[in-house]
Design a protein around this ligand. Structure first.
Ligand code: CTP
Ligand code: CA
Length: 226
């Protein structure tokens, strides 16, 4: 019944979504990552599919099943996510980059497990290099017909940081939320986001289930695309 009631307003559109964290190896048993659960990105992929879209979901490691009808491509590192996003970019009408990409990766991941005894009881230092900014690369390549959405989890200065990211990454929209509270952000089933647009306008989504946030976010994308 739900499938019948849902409007198919994304019919004929291709949506490319990224979700979850990336993990960057330190050695074969350890990695650098973050608290992303993938719930928000998966909710968006599911909502877009229900509304008739053809959805490709590039996903870091998460504990979630692939939404029915969605093509999921599993990745681990930022480099892998970048290559999958860029090779699927040309066909996409809407790109929604929800993934929490690790900003830095260990420069020299070891091929064998790091042993304490090899470190002579000293503090361990891991040199890290900045990862490529996938969304910025997408923003540079995007055509005028493509609509690009970023996400930003901030602890401070939400509006200022969101607007800077729209500019820096050439985005059409950014969905920003404050992290640090238990009812929104990484692990929660609910979220409270503000949508900022390239033209300076703002749309507030109050605290609600991530599934509902996903539908409202898609409403706003469709409205702005015209
Ligand atoms: N992003 C990306 N590649 C990166 C880092 C971020 O594609 N290497 C994307 C995220 O998927 C998200 C958006 O950029 O859609 C904003 O991510 P965020 O971490 O808020 O921004 P950064 O540019 O990494 O800035 P900072 O973490 O310093 O706030
Ligand atoms: Ca970041």
């Amino acid at each position: 019944l739900e499938a019948i009631l849902t409007r198919k307003d994304l019919k004929g559109k291709k949506i490319l979504v990224s979700a979850g964290p990336t993990v960057e190896p330190i050695d074969p048993v350890r990695f650098v990552s973050n608290h992303s659960s993938g719930k928000m990105g998966y909710a968006i992929a599911r909502a877009a599919e229900k509304r008739g879209g053809t959805v490709t979901l590039v996903s870091g490691p998460v504990n979630l099943d692939a939404p029915v009808g969605v093509e999921r491509i599993d990745v681990e590192t930022c480099e892998q996510m970048a290559s999958q996003m860029l090779s699927n970019l040309d066909q996409a009408d809407i790109i929604i980059k929800v993934a929490a990409v690790a900003d830095y990766k260990p420069i020299d991941p070891k091929t064998s497990k790091i042993k304490k005894k090899d470190n002579n009881n000293k503090d361990l230092c891991i040199s890290m290099a900045e990862n490529p900014d996938i969304l910025k690369l997408i923003g540079e390549k995007k055509t005028k017909d493509q609509f690009v959405v970023g996400f930003a989890a901030e602890t401070d200065d939400l509006e200022k940081n969101a607007l800077l990211k729209i500019k820096k990454k050439n985005l059409d929209m950014i969905a920003a939320n404050l992290v640090g509270s238990s009812d929104s952000g990484f692990k929660a089933d609910t979220n409270k986001v503000k949508l900022f647009f390239r033209d300076g306008s703002l749309f507030d989504i109050p605290l609600m289930e991530k599934e509902k946030v996903a539908d409202i976010l898609i409403d706003q994308v469709i409205k702005k695309m015209g």
